[in-house]
Ligand binder design. Structure first.
Ligand code: PLP
Ligand code: COI
Length: 346
């Protein structure tokens, strides 16, 4: 077992033992290998460096209370990577190959899989990268698929369920109408870096993007989906420019299991004042409560025109806490996995 401070991992790069790599060339994927070499060697003309021919995934593996190792819904990540890769017109791994390489990554780095009880996991980062040299704008014909792993704790580094503040992205969009927001492609994150950095420098934990066509509706946070609780209803935006989050999809089922009504619909900015609880949700952030959301004319502006205060005490709401505990308990093997979400490492 690696000697790490398992309680304070936060979410950052930490080297493990191996990465799992397969290369697509001449119409076939090579047999996956576990490699100690963490460096890729491609031509400087590779499409990834010029045209962002790249997409990725994020999922977690947990060491359960029963000692078993669970990967949470890797089949869903496999399907989403196929959807992202196909949008880039690149070769994509099959679902079986994707899952097997995720399993290999955990197996080969098992010393870095956090022990049970530290609220930590191994984050798996599958990446699909276009590597053949090219000059004109074109999809890559030679592709690397690799699964990387890193032990992680909470995304913000703060305790779980500690609320953060957010600001609306009035004058920046992460995606275009009819663009790529629904795909997990590297380019979407490049677009968000500048406004994200600005929001962070101003002390906000999250940046909340609006629908790029009208800027009247909520889309999602830079790192995660938006979910709100209003009375007995779970509300989440229905938008073509939002990433289809596997956490959100799963939490909708948990909410229904708890007897909540689930509404996937347009969520107007003005409605922020009416929600009882607001959270960011995603693999990295899990459920992160949002205490308040500032609205400013521009991100650069120092003037706050409206402040939506959701949590006065900086704590997660009652229903969000209940959902969080249940969701994490499924991943840790404490709660029965009635929907068959966990894949076990053999
Ligand atoms: N939205 C964005 C922009 C993300 O980067 C992520 C993280 O993957 C999510 C939403 C949440 O998706 P998931 O729950 O599948 O991790
Ligand atoms: C994830 O939650 O898996 C993501 O990719 C989001 C990123 C902020 C780490």
């Amino acid at each position: 077992m690696a000697e790490l401070d398992w309680s304070n991992l936060a979410f950052k790069y930490r080297k493990t033992d191996k990465i799992i790599v397969s290369v697509y060339k001449d119409g076939v994927w090579s047999a996956p290998v576990a490699s100690e070499d963490f460096n890729f060697s491609f031509s400087a003309f590779a499409g990834v460096f010029h045209y962002a021919n790249s997409c990725f995934e994020g999922l977690k593996a947990f060491r359960g209370v029963d000692g078993k190792v669970r990967l949470f819904r890797p089949d869903e990540n496999a399907k989403r990577m196929q959807s992202s890769g196909r949008h880039l017109d690149m070769a994509v791994p099959s679902e079986e190959m994707f899952i097997e390489m995720c399993m290999m990554c955990v197996r080969e780095n098992i010393d870095y899989l956090p022990p049970y009880g530290y609220n930590a996991a191994m984050y798996l980062r599958p990446v699909l990268i276009g590597m053949n040299p090219q000059l004109g704008i074109a999809s890559s014909t030679e592709v690397v698929f690799a699964v990387l792993g890193a032990p992680v704790g909470t995304y913000s580094g703060a305790a779980s369920l500690s609320a953060g503040t957010a600001v609306l992205a009035r004058n920046y969009d992460r995606a275009a109408p009819n663009g790529t927001g629904a795909f997990k492609i590297a380019a979407n994150y490049a677009t968000s870096l500048h406004p994200y950095n600005m929001a962070h420098r101003q002390g906000y934990r999250e940046l909340l993007f609006l629908d790029p066509a009208t800027h009247t509706k909520i889309d999602e946070f830079g790192s995660s989906n938006f979910l709100a609780i209003k009375g007995n209803t779970y509300v989440t935006p229905l938008s073509s420019s939002v990433l289809p989050s596997i956490t959100n999809k799963s939490l909708q089922v948990v909410a229904e299991d708890f007897g909540l009504k689930v509404e996937k619909r347009a969520v107007y900015v003005d409605e922020l004042a009416e929600f009882d609880e607001i959270n960011a949700c995603g693999t990295a952030v899990v459920i992160t409560p949002i205490a308040s959301i500032d609205d400013k004319p521009t991100l650069e502006s120092t003037e706050v025109t409206r402040q939506f205060v959701i949590s006065k005490n900086g704590l997660a709401g009652e229903m969000s806490t209940k959902m969080y505990n249940h969701y994490r308990a499924i991943q840790d093997g404490l709660e029965q996995d009635i929907h068959g979400w966990c894949y076990f490492l053999d």
